[in-house]
Design a protein around this ligand. Structure first.
Ligand code: ATP
Ligand code: MG
Length: 357
């Protein structure tokens, strides 16, 4: 009997032992399989990082100091008056495409930081948001502009999800706290977003809500209680830029902002932009080339683009300079239209149109 018991015990021990052994080996295989995948992914990312194309020439032509913005003296002066000093204000920049609105906005905070009495700290953030790509959904699960709450139901089994903790996510308005929020193409923001933005401008904080929030929930960390009870800080100055007309912008936004107008660029402005970009691209221009480009470039961006193509043509042909014929070809193939401040015989007409006001 005793022997029978011992044999049975031995048999079960072996079976159970084998069961766990198989599990262990299988588990190891799974883990090592996962880490192989992870290793491959990591290697892929590293390989991607090792590849980089050359810096686009258009990047090289981008003004790096506010003084390099050409032909917008009044606009830049107004921008500095609004943002520099001890009482910076919200700003909207109006103007046609490609005349330096985005370039100026990106440099304005740096100029303001240098000014006497500025409340902007040296490390004040500059946060850029593009209204044309900014999406939100009506349930406020994601709102990259204002901020949102990740409710436990959407977090799955993560640390907070498992404990039923709603997690606040800062939007652009809070990331810009203490600095500048630049909304490019602000005229494209949807009404709901505009109304929320106006509330933040008024309150200088964002109040978030969640059905999962309870002030007595002990699992919720103190900082999250603080955010739900006192709001997420969002004290910033707004710079909006738009190609729309002022009467297309909601009056409630306009009334809170200093309105600044950038001009269409004159031919002389375009010639200066061409000369600056030419130097940065390291290209020579033959007689009449810059003049020809300036007759067809409607704005600064066109001028830089034409020059970029010329630079590529010249470098492909191993030549030192671009001729007026090269420019003619670029203009024709790019279907650039002659500026309407020129008559057919090349005379400048209608100059008053170029500097409205
Ligand atoms: N006034 C300017 N002075 C110097 N460079 C300029 C100027 N305007 C345009 N450029 C050149 O053209 C590029 C594009 O300009 P920018 O993006 O600032 O135009 P924008 O007014 O914001 O146009 P959009 O309304 O299409 O966004 C700049 O990076 C710069 O190289
Ligand atoms: Mg722009």
């Amino acid at each position: 009997m005793n022997t029978f018991m011992t044999i049975t015990q031995f048999f079960f021990t072996v079976v159970i032992g084998l069961y766990f052994l198989t599990k262990l080996v299988g588990g190891r295989r799974e883990t090592s399989g996962m880490s192989d995948d992870a290793k491959r992914e990591a290697e892929q990312i590293n390989m991607m990082r090792r590849i980089s194309l050359t810096e686009p020439l258009t990047e090289r032509a981008r003004p790096s100091d506010i003084s390099e913005i050409i032909g917008q003296e009044d606009g830049i002066r107004a921008l500095k008056a609004a943002l520099c000093g001890s009482n910076p204000q919200h700003v909207i920049i109006y103007g046609p495409p490609g005349v330096g609105k985005t370039a100026a906005a990106r440099l304005a905070l740096e100029a303001a930081k240098e000014s006497d009495g500025t409340p902007f700290l040296k490390n004040a953030p500059f946060i850029e948001a593009d209204a044309t790509t900014m999406r939100y959904d009506e349930r406020s699960i994601a709102d990259p502009l204002i901020g949102s709450v990740h409710d436990p139901i959407y977090q799955g089994a993560g640390e907070y999800g498992a404990k039923g903790v709603p997690q606040p996510k800062a939007g652009a308005v809070s990331k810009a706290h203490g600095g500048v929020l630049f909304i490019d193409e602000i005229g494209e923001l949807q009404n709901v977003q505009i109304n929320k933005l106006l509330k933040v401008l008024e309150d200088r904080k964002v109040m978030l809500e969640s059905a999962y929030y309870s002030s007595s929930n002990k699992s919720i960390p103190t900082y999250i209680h603080d955010i739900f009870q006192n709001g997420m800080p969002a004290d910033f100055r707004l710079i909006g830029a738009t190609t729309r007309r002022p009467d297309e912008i909601p009056p409630a936004v306009r009334s809170r902002c200093v309105e600044i107008y950038f001009n269409p660029l004159t031919r002389a402005d375009i010639l200066t932009i061409i000369e600056n970009a030419r130097r940065r691209f390291g290209i020579n221009l033959g007689d009449g080339t810059a003049r020809l480009i300036s007759e067809y470039a409607q704005n600064g961006r066109d001028a830089v683009k034409i020059l970029q193509t010329l630079t590529n043509i010249v470098s492909l042909d191993n030549r030192a300079s671009a001729s007026a014929e090269d420019a003619q070809w670029v203009i024709k193939s790019g279907r650039y239209k002659r500026r309407n401040d020129f008559s057919d015989n090349g005379q400048i007409v209608n100059v008053s149109f170029m500097k409205p006001r």
